[in-house]
Design a protein around this ligand. Structure first.
Ligand SMILES: *[C@@H]1O[C@H](CO)[C@@H](O)[C@H](O)[C@H]1NC(C)=O
Ligand SMILES: *[C@@H]1O[C@H](CO)[C@@H](O)[C@H](O)[C@H]1NC(C)=O
Ligand SMILES: *[C@@H]1O[C@H](CO)[C@@H](O)[C@H](O)[C@H]1NC(C)=O
Length: 382
């Protein structure tokens, strides 16, 4: 390529990048499709707890619990997966990558974490979480080393972590991209109601060995709870560009407000100092698992934005690291809606900067009727 043309191509590239970064965020629900419909397939009564992640090769993986005989949190389940190699335009048929058989308190999802250094995809989940006619509760892991096509047999992480009632996520775990602890895998979750709190498990060797990190315990810990007790529950961590980890947390007993709790770790998930905890009054919440992430310096948040009911799935964004949220929140679905999870591709290409992807529980009468995948154009379709 001639030097002049190379320069022209470079300046075009730069002006494109500038154009995008100076463009106003104006999210548009660009495409939507149902990935799972409860009751539509013989072996599954209800699909719930959707997770979504890109792999290091740019494939999209969607996961959900396939609850076999009822909508209940307990009972036997599959982990259902669908895979897309065209950024969500088309999807593989459902495969059941884990089957807990006839367990009366079977598996519960879970966190998906992608190791960008090895390319492996790790899914961490719990079994016997509710201690319903079983004990103890265990933390389990399956892994794919071929971009989500095949999965390892389940491995019992409680052997390393010790036996503890721990439900990862639901959502994604992270691999630290910045110091401190660059490369560390961080999976955060919660305990059962009495022993509730936000707990993170960490791995510094790509998922081979895991150890317990930060714990933000409920009050009173390991005791029965009352309304308005401090009871941090399901949570979604994401990394900021200064290397800190922000965790957006379900406020189970509505301590202080019917809104989200936000905590932050400055040491790669080893601690969650109470000094940095705050309540985000704008993020009104009915006590649910919400979606949260950071992309190109902007925070995104999805939840059913209502104090009481799981309705009104709403996308918010913040260009001030969560200090304030843009007042033009975008409603994705007015009706019943529950858990949600978000992802996006950080390839650096102008095209991938334009989109984020949301997976959420959506229905007409109840939020557990379907699992829906939504592609959001961040710049109004332009
Ligand atoms: C997992 O390991 C723990 C600790 O060794 C053990 O108590 C528990 O029964 C194991 N769980 C499963 C499902 O094998
Ligand atoms: C948000 O936090 C990052 C560090 O994680 C910092 O570089 C940036 O300046 C902050 N942005 C604002 C608007 O405060
Ligand atoms: C839906 O969410 C928006 C944004 O938080 C809020 O203004 C509106 O009142 C909510 N509607 C319902 C029915 O909850």
């Amino acid at each position: 390529m001639a030097a002049g043309r190379r320069l022209a191509a470079l300046s075009l590239l730069l002006s494109c990048a500038c154009l995008i970064s100076s463009q106003q965020i104006d999210p548009l629900l660009y495409e939507e499709q149902l990935l799972w419909v409860s009751g539509a397939q013989g072996e599954v009564s209800t699909y719930r707890i959707p997770l979504l992640s890109f792999t290091s090769k740019g494939s999209l993986l969607a996961f959900a619990e396939g609850r076999k005989s009822s909508a209940s949190d307990v009972g036997a389940k599959f982990i259902a997966m669908r895979r897309s190699t065209d950024k969500g335009a088309t999807w593989s048929p459902t495969s059941f990558i884990v089957d807990d058989g006839t367990e009366r308190d079977g598996l519960n999802l879970g966190s998906v974490v992608v190791d960008e250094e090895t390319g492996s995809v790790i899914l961490v989940y719990s079994v016997c979480f509710h201690l319903f006619l079983c004990e103890p509760s265990s933390t389990m892991m399956v892994e794919s080393r071929d971009d989500g096509l095949s999965w390892s047999p389940p491995r019992n992480l409680s052997v390393q972590l010790g036996v503890k009632t721990f439900a990862p996520g639901p959502g994604f775990g992270i691999q630290k991209r910045y110091m401190p602890a660059k490369g560390r895998l961080v999976v955060c979750g919660h305990g059962n109601i009495e022993g509730d709190g936000v707990f993170c498990i960490l791995s510094d060797d790509h998922g081979l060995n895991w150890y317990n990190g930060a714990a933000l315990k409920s009050i009173p810990y390991n005791q029965k709870k009352r309304p308005q007790d401090f009871n941090p529950d399901e949570c979604q961590p994401f990394e900021m560009s200064d290397g800190s980890i922000v965790i957006n947390v379900r406020n189970q007993n509505r301590y202080h407000c019917p809104c989200r709790v936000v905590v932050r770790s400055y040491d790669g998930g080893l601690s969650l100092p109470i000094d940095d905890l705050y309540f985000d009054y704008t993020l009104v919440d009915p006590a649910v698992a919400a979606g949260a992430m950071q992309k190109d310096g902007v925070l995104y948040f999805t939840n059913p934005s209502n104090e009481i009911h799981r309705v009104n799935l709403t996308l918010r964004w913040s260009e001030t690291n969560g200090t304030s949220w843009d007042n033009k929140a975008v409603q994705i679905w007015a009706g019943p809606s529950g858990y949600s999870c978000m992802t996006s591709l950080d390839s650096g290409s102008p095209e991938d900067r334009k989109y984020i992807f949301v997976i959420y529980e959506k229905g007409h009468r109840d939020y557990d009727e379907t699992i829906s995948f939504a592609k959001i154009h961040l710049y109004g379709g332009r």
